[in-house]
Design a protein around this ligand. Structure first.
Ligand SMILES: [Zn+2]
Length: 74
């Protein structure tokens, strides 16, 4: 099972799209809880990290592209 890597400012895709129809969320706070903001309607929600990871589908765009580049392709 792949380990999902995400960081502050990343645009992520969740398993379920937001009710507004957008399926892109920006990580605006990282901690024990994670705050994500819908790119479409700007609505933000606070979710526990475990819940966030279970609902996270994939990271669409990393805030730091250099850090995201790895010599090891998985
Ligand atoms: Zn939305």
């Amino acid at each position: 099972m792949e380990k999902k890597q995400y960081q502050l400012g990343d645009i992520v895709q969740m398993k379920k799209p937001h009710p507004c129809g957008t399926n892109e969320m920006e990580i605006i706070r990282l901690g024990m809880d994670i705050r994500i903001k819908c790119v479409g309607c700007k609505h933000s929600v606070l979710v526990p990290r475990a819940k966030f990871e279970s609902k996270l589908k994939k990271v669409l765009r990393s805030a730091s592209t250099e850090a995201a580049q790895s010599s090891e392709e998985l």
